[in-house]
Write a new protein. Structure first.
Length: 303
C-alpha cells in the first residue's frame, strides 16, 4: 500500500505538489490523472525516494522507499522509458538491474518474454521504437516480482495492440493482489484501464474515488428528443420536473427524466416522437472541466 500524507514539493516559487494526501491500495489498478504539469511525476519520484519532499511523507507499506535495500523487489517502476543506455542490449540492461538488486538472472529472459521482447532481447536499445522502450521499461518494473508497481505514462508510444496488452497486464497484476499505480494525462486512457482514480491539478487533490463513483458524480446523462410537437411535450416533461433545453423547433435536450419515462409520457399524451436518444457526456469532458483551473493557471503562468 502506498500512503501519501500532506506531501509537498516546492521548486523555488513553484509548488509542484501541494499538501497531497491519498492512499493507493492493493488489488486494484489506480489511475493517477492530471493535466501536464499537475505534479504526477514529482509525486512518483518522491514515492521512489528520487526527490525529497519539502514537507509531508510518502511511504510504501509504512516505510519510506529510500530506506529499502534491494528496492526492485518491493517496488517496480517505469518512470521515463527513454532513460536507458542506448548502446546496451535489452538483455544486458536488465541483467545489470538484476545484479544490483540481487535478483536471479533467470528472471531477465522471463520478463523479456512476458513483455514480448524475447526476439529483440539481443538488439541495441538505441534502435528500439518508443513502444519497444515502453515494453522494456515495463520489463524492468516486473523484474523483481514486486508487490507494488508504479508506471508513469506507460501507454505513450504504444500501438492499439500494445495498449490492449498493457491493460491486460495491469489487470492481471492487480488480480494477483498487487498495488498498481498508473499515471496519465488523459482520462480516455484511464477510463478503460483503472478501477480507481486519483485526480490532481496544480499539485492538489481533486478526486480520489472509484471510476464508477467518478462517473456517477461527473458524467451527465441527457436525452435528445425530436418531435413535431415539441412545445406540448416540453410542457408535459417540465410538469414532471424535467428541464428541457429547446434547441430548435422540433429538437430539445431533456435532463432529469430517463428516456423510457419520456417515451411513456409522450404516448400517454398522444404526442408523436421522431427520435429519443440517451446521451452520456464523456468522462474526458468531466475531467477537463474539473482540472480547467489548473490548466489555465499553468498556461497563464508560462506566458
Ligand atoms: N526539477 C524541477 N525544477 C523546477 N521545477 C520543476 C522540477 N520538476 C518539476 N517542476 C515543476 O513542477 C510542476 C509539476 O511537474 P511534474 O513533472 O511533476 O508534472 P506532471 O503532472 O508529471 O506533468 P507531465 O504530464 O507534463 O509530465 C511543473 O510546474 C514543473 O515545471
Amino acid at each position: 500500500m502506498i500512503e501519501i500524507e500532506r506531501l509537498t514539493k516546492r521548486y523555488g516559487a513553484t509548488t509542484a505538489v501541494d499538501r497531497l494526501s491519498f492512499t493507493v491500495r492493493p488489488g486494484a489498478v489506480t489511475g493517477f490523472l492530471g493535466p501536464n504539469g499537475a505534479g504526477k511525476s514529482t509525486t512518483l519520484r518522491m514515492i521512489l525516494g528520487l526527490d525529497s519532499p519539502t514537507a509531508g511523507r510518502a511511504t510504501v507499506d509504512g516505510v519510506p522507499f529510500a530506506g529499502r535495500p534491494r528496492g526492485l523487489r518491493h517496488v517496480g517502476a517505469l518512470l521515463d522509458a527513454g532513460d536507458v543506455h542506448g548502446g546496451r542490449s535489452a538483455r544486458a540492461h536488465l541483467a545489470a538491474l538484476a545484479r544490483s538488486n540481487r535478483i536471479p538472472l533467470g528472471r531477465v529472459d522471463e520478463v523479456l518474454a512476458e513483455v514480448g521482447l524475447g526476439k529483440a532481447a539481443g538488439r541495441r536499445i538505441g534502435g528500439y521504437s518508443l513502444g519497444m522502450k515502453q515494453r522494456l521499461g515495463i520489463a524492468g518494473a516486473l523484474l523483481g516480482d514486486p508487490p507494488v508497481l508504479l508506471f508513469d505514462e506507460p501507454l505513450n508510444g504504444l500501438d492499439p495492440e500494445g495498449v490492449l496488452w498493457v491493460r491486460g497486464l495491469f489487470r492481471r497484476l492487480a488480480d494477483e493482489g498487487r498495488t498498481v499505480f498508473v499515471s496519465s494525462h488523459m482520462m480516455a486512457e484511464m477510463e478503460h484501464t483503472a478501477d480507481r482514480l486519483v485526480v490532481i491539478g496544480r499539485g492538489r487533490l481533486i478526486a480520489d474515488e472509484s471510476l464508477a463513483e467518478f462517473s456517477a458524480r461527473n458524467a451527465e446523462t441527457s436525452v435528445a428528443v425530436r418531435t413535431p410537437e415539441l412545445a406540448a411535450l416540453a410542457g408535459v416533461l417540465r410538469g414532471e420536473g424535467a428541464e428541457v433545453d429547446v434547441t430548435d423547433e422540433q429538437f430539445g435536450i431533456v435532463t432529469g427524466l430517463p428516456a423510457d419515462r419520456i417515451g411513456e409520457l409522450a404516448l400517454r399524451h398522444g404526442l408523436v416522437l421522431h427520435e429519443l436518444a440517451t446521451r452520456t457526456s464523456s468522462l474526458e469532458a468531466a475531467f477537463m472541466s474539473l482540472t480547467a483551473d489548473s490548466v489555465e493557471y499553468l498556461a497563464g503562468d508560462a506566458r
